[in-house]
Design a protein around this ligand. Structure first.
Ligand SMILES: [Zn+2]
Length: 437
């Protein structure tokens, strides 16, 4: 197999097996509680941790996970959002960036395969039809599609069938806690039977609970406990596989979440100025906001300078109002600094307590408190306060109870490469050399 780095080189590995567990939305505001739980605290005592892991912009799950897997910022990896732009398509009917071929750079799992290592992935974002040997990618059936069949066609067929037959009864679509229970059972089986060198899994229970019940809810506390129980079962599987001494664990979050009081339907502003309009029963746009919770991309039809000026005037006008949910209008220079790709010239950042929504069948600003609705979300700038992620790396060759300070999401992939002894040098970040013995 031809190498992506030109030639295959192996440094001394620090562990034969690396288990990466993404706890979606595991952030600094829940560190105190999480670090007291029995299983995670064991890994913390036996390793290094940071509660100051900075996400990328916009802090959406697929954007961040692609940075985790590639070690580069979104302007290089090309996954700018969870979803490709699909104006006027309902959120639940939109397709996502499901497939590996949307990523423009090498991934750590490709590099591991090139080094003849076995790889496994369960619900790892943007890994459909990838090189991962044992792969159940994260893919959701939309419209009339069949969930199990869609996963099978995009993952490793035999492995998917085997896991579905054994544990599929645990799943109820993508509902929690059933989905993460299914993922955990598959993980246990995979660790014991396949002993992959690199195993990347994604648990979503915590993110779901924060979205629905808010960040400070009892439900979130219950999820934290469930997550730790799952971690304990995975650690036990490593023990039973007889690979504990040669295994490193990496647990990390991808972004925080903030409670939201006001939902802002930004496209209403463009529709009021005629930049979104109906033509022969069909919706058309000259300017359109692709929203992602705490941030939004402003798309302008190619070459339509008048639409650009009108849209900017609408935004600046709205920002003069104290009730506006817009905190910042970022132009290209700021977006370059934030490592945002070239697909748009402008982005909006929401104030804390506000989020952006693409729908156009609601009032421009909806007060969720008044409706009795609890909601939280992400997507915000990683520079916002109290929004950093947690990271724990644990294993024999890691210093014990070592506190890491500020680090960036682009440092994760080079650190994975260092652990496995893989060449992976194109990254924007650097390996966390300081944590290893
Ligand atoms: Zn996420």
């Amino acid at each position: 197999m031809k190498s992506i780095t030109g030639q295959l080189g192996m440094a001394n590995p620090l562990a034969k097996h690396l288990i990466v567990i993404s706890y979606d939305a595991f952030s600094e505001d829940h560190w105190e509680m999480a670090s007291r739980l029995p299983h995670l605290s064991k890994l913390i005592n036996n390793g290094a941790h940071s509660k100051k892991l900075k996400s990328v912009y916009p802090s959406l799950t697929y954007v961040v996970h692609t940075t985790i897997a590639t070690g580069v910022y979104p302007d290089k990896h090309g996954i700018h959002h969870n979803n490709p732009l699909q104006p006027f398509v309902k959120e639940e009917e939109q397709s996502w960036f499901w497939f590996r071929d949307a990523i423009k750079v090498p991934t750590i799992y490709d590099a591991a395969r090139e080094h003849n290592m076995s790889t496994a992935g369960i619900l790892w974002p943007v890994s459909g039809k990838s090189s991962i040997k044992y792969n159940i990618p994260e893919i959701r059936a939309i419209k009339n599609e069949n969930q199990a069949l869609k996963v099978l066609k995009s993952g490793s067929p035999l492995y998917c069938v085997e896991m579905e037959l054994k544990y599929g009864r645990l799943r109820k679509g993508i509902k929690q806690p059933y989905l993460d229970d299914f993922t955990t059972k598959c993980a246990i089986e995979t660790i014991k039977r396949k002993k992959p060198n690199l195993f990347m899994m994604h648990l979503i229970d915590l993110d779901d609970a924060k979205h629905v019940y808010g960040t400070d809810s009892d439900e979130v506390k219950q999820v934290m406990t469930r997550m730790d129980k799952r971690l304990g079962e995975i650690m036990q599987a490593v023990d039973e596989a007889g690979i504990t001494d040669n295994t490193m664990f990496m647990i990390l979050g991808d972004h925080g979440q903030f409670n939201v009081r006001y939902k802002v339907h930004l496209n209403n502003l463009l529709q009021e100025k005629g930049l979104i309009y109906e033509d022969n029963g069909e919706m058309k746009w000259r300017a359109y906001f692709q929203c992602g919770g705490g941030a939004a991309y402003l798309h302008i039809k190619q070459g339509d300078e008048e639409a650009e000026q009108l849209a900017l005037a609408v935004i600046r006008d709205d920002m003069k109002d104290d009730a506006s949910g817009i905190e910042e209008l970022y132009a290209r220079e700021e977006l370059d600094h934030l490592h945002v790709g070239q697909s748009t010239k402008y982005m909006l950042e929401a104030k804390r307590g506000y989020c952006f929504d693409e729908r156009m069948d609601e009032p421009t600003i909806v007060d969720l408190d008044k409706q009795g609705v609890t909601y939280a979300t992400h997507g915000y700038s990683p520079d916002k306060e109290d929004y950093r992620c947690n990271l724990v790396i644990s294993g024999n060759k890691v210093k014990s109870d070592y506190h890491i300070g500020d680090i960036e999401m682009v440092d994760i992939a080079p650190t994975m490469a260092k652990i496995l002894g893989i060449d992976f040098h194109h990254c924007d970040g650097s390996p966390l050399n300081e944590i290893f013995i």
